[in-house]
Ligand binder design. Structure first.
Ligand SMILES: *Cc1c(COP(=O)(O)O)cnc(C)c1O
Length: 398
């Protein structure tokens, strides 16, 4: 598959044909841990990377490679390497490049697990971490002028869907000589391609939108060949390898990525507009709303605004406790990006690792509800929220 094909065609075909065997039309799940070589010189040549092939499952696997190839093409990257989870992709990538005394600049609103790496694990290794206000581009530019090894971004963010200008920050990062990394899990390659906006590396939790069916864990990093090779080497030794079955499920899920993301984005916009007019709702967070402070940046760098939104309710956690169990068509679960609508309070999902004080510092109300819109009919999703609100409001009047 070449990079000139349209994204919809790439979602279906990229990373497929090179891996087909026995005339099968689908990529096989190769579970074998090791590979047989009758010719000792061939074996050696593959082992030292002189010849294509596989040696041992912790290093490479054909099913896993097919998945990497598909993501690579969708992100317009030279290379991609995969991981057991999104967090493994993030931690291994950071560990590949960061040394004691280095400095990393990021934002306050990264995914909860990523934030823990910044606040708990990196400082322990004498790495200086500076976390800026997510939408304060001037502050980030000022910090970057002081120099750093890595600029780490995530946009839109979890759970308040804040937006950072990738092009502007990537340019500032380059001026500072930093490696610019973007977590594109919420954006998906269908809505946003950070590499084309100047980023050096793009990371996904494949567990979310890429897989799309909440049945496989995975992570992936894409970018220039030399950078990805260094990350791959760190991972092959440290061992956070993606499972072949997870790679297969994600590869299969990705064939419908464009269809799912289109519906999820459409449903999220409609639900966000509906929520804006509900009495019980305090505030709605969605980059597709003109009321979003960085709606214009989102419009410039994204094709559509994605399936994630959040809203806060009057009455905080007490309201959340009665509202969420009333929904008929939503999982109350920690996952996101799946075909089913999934809801949860930030304090039990994305930011469960944080203390209430840490969440408050990040501007996350305790009564914030995160919604990952599924591919159901939006009228049914809205009707479901409508009946849940009505029954809570009726209860409040008594
Ligand atoms: C879920 C998530 C991760 C972590 O991915 P896992 O596959 O759960 O390890 C990282 N970043 C974002 C934005 C996420 O939503």
């Amino acid at each position: 598959m070449n990079h000139e094909c349209k994204q919809e065609t790439n979602a279906v075909w990229a990373g497929e044909k090179d891996y087909l065997v026995h005339g099968a039309t689908q990529v096989p799940v190769v579970l074998s841990v090791a590979y047989n070589y009758d010719d000792m010189d061939d074996w050696y040549d593959v082992a030292i990377g002189k010849k294509k092939g596989h040696i041992y499952g912790r290093n490479t696997n054909p099913t896993v490679q097919a998945f990497e190839d598909k993501v690579k093409v969708l992100e317009g990257a030279e290379a991609a390497t995969s991981f057991s989870t999104g967090m493994a992709a993030i931690s291994n990538t950071l560990s590949t490049f960061l040394l004691p005394e280095d400095r990393i600049i990021s934002i306050k609103d990264t995914y909860g697990g990523t934030n823990k790496i910044f606040t708990e694990f990196l400082p322990r290794q004498q790495i200086e971490v500076t976390l800026c206000d997510t939408s304060d581009h001037e502050q980030m530019e000022r910090e970057l002028e002081q120099g750093c090894r890595i600029l780490y971004l995530e946009t839109p963010t979890n759970p308040t869907v804040k937006i950072t200008d990738i092009k502007r920050m990537a340019a500032a990062g380059k001026r500072a000589g930093a490696l610019v990394i973007v977590d594109n899990t919420f954006g998906t390659p269908m809505n946003q391609n950070p590499l084309s906006l100047g980023a050096d590396l793009v990371i996904h939790s494949a567990t979310k939108f890429l897989g799309g069916h909440a049945d496989a864990l995975g992570g992936v990093v894409c970018g220039a060949q030399d950078l990805v090779e260094r990350i791959y080497h760190y991972r092959e030794i440290n061992g956070a390898t993606m499972d072949p079955m997870a790679a297969y499920l994600t590869l299969r899920g990705m064939k419908t990525l464009h269809l799912r993301v289109r519906e999820q984005s459409k449903n999220a916009l409609e639900l966000a507009k509906y929520l804006q007019n509900r009495q019980l709702v305090e505030q709605v967070f969605y980059p597709g709303l003109t009321s979003h402070p960085n709606h214009d940046i989102a419009k410039d760098q994204m094709k559509s605004f994605g399936g994630m939104l959040s809203f806060s309710v009057h009455g905080g956690m007490d309201t959340v406790r009665v509202l969420l169990p009333k929904l008929k068509y939503a999982h109350r679960a920690a996952n996101l990006g799946a075909v089913e609508t999934t809801v949860g309070p930030a304090r039990t999902t994305s930011h469960v690792e944080c203390t209430p004080e840490e969440r408050a510092a990040m501007g996350i109300p305790e009564g914030l509800i995160r919604v990952s819109c599924g591919i159901e009919n939006s009228e049914d999703i809205i009707a479901d929220f409508e009946q849940a609100f009505a029954s809570v409001e009726a209860g409040l009047e008594v």
